[in-house]
Ligand binder design. Sequence first.
Ligand code: ZN
Ligand code: ZN
Length: 75
Amino acid sequence: MDTHEDTAYECHVCRRVLNSRRTLRKHLLAHEDKCRHICSYCNKAFKIRQTLKDYMKTDGLAVSVPVAKNEVEAM
Ligand SMILES: [Zn+2]
Ligand SMILES: [Zn+2]
């Protein structure tokens, strides 16, 4: 009997165990597609690169503009 099938194909991203190498590869692609483009300001992941670029324009601005709390006039 040939019982060398105890090799588990475990996904390193979500620890899910797949029954074949092919299934694991397909599964990993889904992960890559989900978080390929990540915002460097808040680590939010985007599927489409252009969406991330547009998002970072506004997100980057929001981060670089400080809230001037102390400049509120007292009186
Ligand atoms: Zn996974
Ligand atoms: Zn962000």
